[in-house]
Design a protein around this ligand. Sequence first.
Ligand SMILES: C[S@@+](CC[C@H](N)C(=O)[O-])C[C@H]1O[C@@H](n2cnc3c(N)ncnc32)[C@H](O)[C@@H]1O
Length: 241
Amino acid sequence: MTIDSKSGGEAPETGPRRQLYGRSKGKALRAAQVGRMATMLPALAIDVAALKDEPAALFSGQPEALMLEIGFGGGEHLAAMAKLHPEIGYFGVEPFLNGVAKLLAAIEQDGLTNIRALRGDAREVLAALPDASLDRVYLLYPDPWPKRRQRKRRIVDDDFLAEVARVLKQGCELRFATDIDDYAGWTLARIAQQDTLVWCAETADDWRQPWPEWHRTRYEEKALREGRVPGYFRFRRHALG
Ligand SMILES: C[S@@+](CC[C@H](N)C(=O)[O-])C[C@H]1O[C@@H](n2cnc3c(N)ncnc32)[C@H](O)[C@@H]1O
């Protein structure tokens, strides 16, 4: 990957009503998937109104930390993290029905109790979360919207970064992966323009390697098959002022 920071200068359309994602349904769900949606989802759905007061209360027990994965796709990474860290409460948000159905299958298979999920727009969850309430946010391979006229649909913009910074605890990280050089440059340019999230790169090369405990996502597998090279970026929440 080479980072194309030239792409960073263009101002995206802003505002909460930007439509970010395309279709939110794919193939018809199989009977077992329909059954899981009916029986499992109500119990583990994110109650957005309840997030405002005490997000940890959405989990049984008292999680040691709270993390959010935005656009979890088929949920491979989210389920793997939740399995590895039963002490952490994970929120996942994904508008695509078939992705949510896949996550539920993984939750059932591994008997996971520490995931709360929403089929919807992550910006709704971000807006509801209290300040400094999360220990990490993952944004893994957001939709690239590669054509110039589509870039306004990218989830990363100044408002999005400000919201992520607001909900992160001080010293905690936004972890971002992309296989699109132009999206890396786009994001780094916006990171450079604000002062609450700081790129944690220590060596010129460290964004070429995933962070410890990285779990490959379905989209990353496709990107690698197609010859694209991922970049992995960690942005740390600084104190203001
Ligand atoms: C390219 S896919 C990557 C999926 C997964 N992270 C992976 O790496 O396999 C991007 C995902 O982001 C989801 N997405 C798009 N806009 C979103 C939004 N506003 N909130 C939450 N998820 C969103 C899409 O539905 C899609 O599943």
